[in-house]
Design a protein around this ligand. Structure first.
Ligand SMILES: Nc1ncnc2c1ncn2[C@@H]1O[C@H](COP(=O)(O)OP(=O)(O)OP(=O)(O)O)[C@@H](O)[C@H]1O
Ligand SMILES: [Mg+2]
Length: 234
């Protein structure tokens, strides 16, 4: 479904992604592990067209997408749930959700997506009029995932959804991500929290200084010495 071939990305003079190749099949759930500054956000921004590819190729459903504008890529079926949530704090929950569907014209489909969001996160339905900025961190993360669902993606990129959340709240988010994957949505999940990411994914990639340094089945990565030392704190 998603294929990167020797992707290199620069921000100014700084090369942030080096020669990254990876492949994610339809329906899969895959982790992207890496510490601060490893390049996780930059890689996701490259995939969705916010950062230009300086070398290499990004293909989605067999189509080369690296020359397509970011606002058009969402219509191809790929949605980024960004780091730090990036909500509109002065807008109510409902409006934040609808912004995720801005490019859609299918009224009935939008209603169905909204129902899907409310089923996954009943909290958002209860609080649909509340300003997003007054939400707790966990609720804001639910809203960010909900907004991404509203674009009806075939693939969702989730950039560190566990950031700043208490363990119990992280568990709830992880459960929601697993449920989304079970509906057939392909998931690419970036995390510093390797523990949770490797628990819920099938495969994992490890990024260091913009290079992919390791990849394998998540269940093997959990017991990998390098991963344990660098990302699991054991
Ligand atoms: N706008 C920018 N201008 C210059 N350098 C940048 C910019 N954005 C990111 N970088 C650099 O790119 C590298 C990768 O950053 P990135 O944000 O992709 O890492 P990350 O893995 O997402 O880290 P974190 O876990 O802290 O979010 C870092 O060295 C960072 O300083
Ligand atoms: Mg980041």
């Amino acid at each position: 479904m998603l294929k990167l071939t020797n992707v290199t990305t620069r921000i100014g003079d700084h090369q942030v992604i080096h020669d990254v190749s990876l492949h994610i099949a339809h329906g899969d759930i895959v982790a992207l592990l890496g510490g601060n500054g490893a390049g996780k956000t930059s890689l996701f921004r490259t995939i969705v067209g916010v950062l230009p590819v300086s070398k290499g190729k990004v293909e989605f459903k067999g189509e080369e997408i690296n020359h397509i504008a970011a606002h058009k890529i969402v219509g191809k079926g790929i949605s980024l749930c960004p780091e730090g949530r990036q909500l509109f704090p002065q807008l109510p929950v409902y409006k934040n959700l609808m912004l995720g569907a801005y490019h859609r014209k299918d009224k009935k489909g939008i209603e169905e997506s909204l129902e899907q969001v409310y089923t996954l996160f009943p909290r958002l339905k209860e609080r649909y009029k509340q300003m997003a900025g007054t939400f707790s961190g966990g609720e804001q993360q639910m809203l960010a995932v909900g907004r991404a669902i509203m674009s009806k993606p075939d693939m969702m990129l989730l950039d560190e959804p566990s950031m700043g959340l208490a363990p119990l709240v992280v568990e709830g988010i992880a459960e929601a991500i697993t449920k989304l994957n079970k509906t057939g949505m392909t998931i690419f999940l970036s995390e510093q929290n390797a523990q949770i990411a490797l628990m819920i994914t099938r495969h994992g990639y490890v990024l260091e200084n913009g290079h992919l340094v390791l990849d394998g089945l998540s269940k093997d990565l959990i017991t990998n010495e390098k991963v344990k030392k660098a990302y699991l704190g054991t």
